[in-house]
Design a protein. Structure first.
Length: 169
């Protein structure tokens, strides 16, 4: 059986891909996502009035921790010695005219010098940061939701560079 899906063995069962013969290269992945929230919730975040603490500082650390732990929660991820992780936030304080909601864009950048890429680590970083924002603010806004979580950029390795169409890195 010649299966183009690399996470399946000859019997069609799940396996972790063997990367031992792959070259060591510098690799980078950038992911993004949005969390939508009430204007009052964002005001409380901006003014440091959320009772659990500095929401974005905690979410930033959580995103870093999430990237580092990706292999523990995603079954086929390799444990990697990550060489760089950065989480940033862009607040949109103006409510959307259609929904009345504000948003925070989360961007996660992960780097490694190794034999496999870090796309899952960047996506996990963004998702973990979003979940942390939700956790810290749920007492005042249970209607928050996430959207547009995805990969913007990946570079390094045999498959080369990927750029999401319409986005430059």
């Amino acid at each position: 059986m010649n299966n183009p899906l690399t996470h399946f063995n000859e019997e069609g069962r799940a396996r972790m891909v063997d990367v031992s013969d792959k070259g060591i290269t510098s690799r980078k992945a950038v992911a993004t996502g949005e969390i939508y929230l009430q204007p009052e919730t964002l005001r409380l975040i901006n003014e440091g009035q959320i009772k659990k603490g500095d929401v974005l500082a905690v979410a930033q650390v959580a995103g870093i921790m999430g990237a580092k732990k990706s292999h523990e929660i995603i079954p086929m991820c390799h444990p990697l010695l990550l060489t760089g992780i950065d989480i940033s936030f862009e607040k949109n304080n103006e409510p959307d005219p259609k929904t009345g909601l504000c948003s925070i864009t989360i961007t996660g950048t992960v780097k490694v010098t190794g034999q496999t890429g870090v796309e899952m680590e960047a996506l996990t970083a963004v998702s973990t940061a979003a979940l942390t924002i939700y956790d810290m603010c749920k007492a005042v806004d249970r209607g928050m939701y996430f959207d547009k979580i995805g990969l913007l950029h990946k570079s390094g390795g045999k498959s080369g560079t990927y750029e999401k169409e319409g986005v430059g890195q």
